[in-house]
Ligand binder design. Sequence first.
Ligand code: C2E
Ligand code: CA
Ligand code: CA
Ligand code: CA
Length: 281
Amino acid sequence: AKGDGRNRVAYFSAELDSQLRDKMRLESKLRQAVSCEAFEIYIQPQYDYKTSKFRWAEVLIRWEDPEEGFIPPDKFIKLAEETGIINDIDQWVLRATCKLWAEHGEALRAIGIEGVSMNLSARQFYSKTLFAYVEAVFEEYGINPSCISFEITESMVIENIEGAIETMERLRNIGSRISIDDFGTGYSSLSYLKRLPIDSLKIDRSFIMDIPGDTNDVAITSAIIAMAEKLNLSVIAEGIETKEQCEFLVEQGCFHMQGYYFAKPAPVRTFLKPQLNAAVE
Ligand code: C2E
Ligand code: CA
Ligand code: CA
Ligand code: CA
């Protein structure tokens, strides 16, 4: 039995070792990826049921590693946050988003897309230099701030509500929009939601996944939609994969939807009209 225990310890430490090695390998790859800008941005349009058109689009980062292929953001954003690499990534995403809108905004507007929204990490959102950086990049690319929306997760807001409100106000004062991402997962209270200077709520995919079958998720989703309406906020449901989910949401009064059912994230040219597409290639 003694030998057994020792083996187990050896096994665990080997396992930890290999986890740590994987993490360090990923970190060094990520640093390399930042320095050679090995990222790309995809967009995922958001559908407006009332007009049967796409209306906004979310920008999502993609990283293709020469050896490992696409590494999903869920695999590297957390590591990037822990190591601080996220600062460079976030700045890259902001520039890439502005460049995308400067180059393709007109073509996107021609298919109904009024603007693009990008995700902000907690570090970037609470950084003292964020606002000045955003203004400088908008100016550099000649961006109308009202065409850019920032997605901030509910849990980020809860970290520091006063700080969050201040940054949101500055961004909204120049005309940009703010959405609360992954809404419903952060246990926020109604009392402060009312105080937030925001434009919309995005209902987290985990609630959408099992509607209309799961009664709890049905209750939560319809409550969020009703609440958004009372607070005069627009509401976007994310992760719609089926016709049934779409129909349920429409019945509840949610007309803005994002999900594979309407469009998967893809490079911007995928969504442009063929004739405009020819012009950009
Ligand atoms: P998120 O902001 O909640 O983004 C939505 C995620 O749901 C995206 O995953 C999108 O591809 C996925 N999705 C959309 N529709 C469906 C659907 O119908 N079914 C399923 N199963 N998934 C769907 P993605 O691109 O892998 O991104 C994951 C997370 O990584 C994002 O969650 C966001 O938190 C973070 N992220 C992505 N891009 C960026 C970025 O540029 N900057 C920062 N800071 N974070 C990012
Ligand atoms: Ca998002
Ligand atoms: Ca989300
Ligand atoms: Ca999410």
